[in-house]
Write a new protein. Structure first.
Length: 138
């Protein structure tokens, strides 16, 4: 049986509902008027791990640095999902270097899962190493 959920409050809704009976928001209007990137950021809060993972992978391919902190927050909010945490680190690796990415990796170096902490640390070192290579090349 298929279940449909409000993309805003995640309440179960009837198939084809235009307005969420739980939160009262117009779902069609929100989906039509909210940029795709913003909907992906919102999906990082979804209670369903497969939806979050889809958003993580899509944000990785978008390559926008402003996704870094929401990605880290997603990994920290779902801290028992190690696979998701590692996917977030992989996504961060693909984002442009900058303050948001550095802060996101710093946050993930405090993740409860050892493998996520280590991956974040390695990614931070890789970024620092490539910055050093750029400095030496100049």
């Amino acid at each position: 049986m298929n279940h449909h959920y409000c993309p805003l409050c995640y309440a179960e809704i009837p198939i084809g509902a235009e307005v969420c009976p739980a939160c009262g928001r117009n779902i069609e209007s929100w989906e039509r008027n909210t940029p795709y990137f913003d909907r992906l950021l919102w999906a990082l809060r979804n209670p369903h791990p497969e939806v979050r993972m889809g958003a993580i992978l899509s944000l990785q391919h978008q390559g926008r640095s402003e996704a870094a902190l929401p990605l880290a927050q997603c990994a920290l909010q779902s801290d028992v999902d190690v696979v998701q945490g590692l996917a977030v680190v992989d996504a961060l690796r693909q984002l442009p270097d900058g303050a948001d990415k550095a802060k996101a990796l710093e946050l993930l170096r405090e993740h409860p899962a050892h493998s996520v902490r280590e991956a974040a640390q390695r990614t931070s070192l890789e970024g620092a190493g490539s910055a050093g290579h750029r400095d030496n090349a100049e």
